[in-house]
Design a protein around this ligand. Structure first.
Ligand code: GAR
Length: 192
């Protein structure tokens, strides 16, 4: 039996963290068992920390504010990730720009709430909602040196509705994220 180890990085509410735990943690899918072996967060007030506690997921807090440079923070992040020895590291709402200290050492994927390469960076949901585009969407991609720029693994879109509000647009994005991120993790790990 093959066990694949996942580390999750997050910064906020952690709904995607919860979704990965619900769908994959200790679950056997086509002879592969998935295990969330650890989670790392850069903000001590992040709500997602309670999700880790509730599900007994080993958790590490690395506050970026206490480091003098992005490189120093990334060095510690890499060190802590490597302790868990994961098969993949998943950025699920991890709001940090990462340097080559991270990308050279860690195989990671990122969830982004837009159809990349459109709307890279912050506030992607609002910018995508307010754009002239008739569709919105979600992407999962490999993490590279370029912000939201690595190779795309999976991507899905939906039609905007006439009566769509920012809230209902956000809900639709979330629904797609909950489907797409576990699918991407399985896609990468099942043949690894
Ligand atoms: C998600 O919508 C994710 O796509 C986004 O942060 C949210 C985290 O929500 N990530 C980015 O914008 C990365 N550039 P969550 O904490 O409830 O999972």
């Amino acid at each position: 039996m093959s066990v694949k180890k996942i580390v999750i990085l997050f910064s906020g509410v952690g709904t995607n963290l919860q979704n990965i735990i619900s769908k994959l943690h200790k679950k056997k899918i086509h002879s592969v068992t998935y295990e969330v072996v650890g989670a790392i967060c850069n903000k001590k007030e992040a709500q997602g920390i309670n999700i880790c506690k509730k599900h007994h997921i080993p958790f590490t807090l690395i506050e970026h504010k206490t480091y003098n440079s992005r490189e120093e923070f990334d060095k510690e992040l890499v060190r802590q990730i490597q302790k868990f020895d994961p098969d993949i590291t998943v950025l699920a709402g991890f709001m940090r720009i990462l340097t080559s200290v991270f990308t050279k050492n860690i195989k990671a994927i990122n969830l982004h709430p837009s159809i990349l390469p459109l709307f890279k960076g912050e506030n992607a949901i609002q910018r995508s909602f307010e754009s002239d585009m008739k569709i919105g969407g979600v992407s999962v991609h490999f993490v590279s040196d370029e912000l939201d720029g690595g190779n795309i693994i999976l991507q899905e879109c939906f039609q905007k509705e006439e009566s769509q509000t920012l809230q209902s647009f956000q809900n639709k994005i979330k629904q797609l994220e909950f489907e797409l991120l576990p699918k991407a993790i399985i896609k990468i790990l099942k043949d690894k």
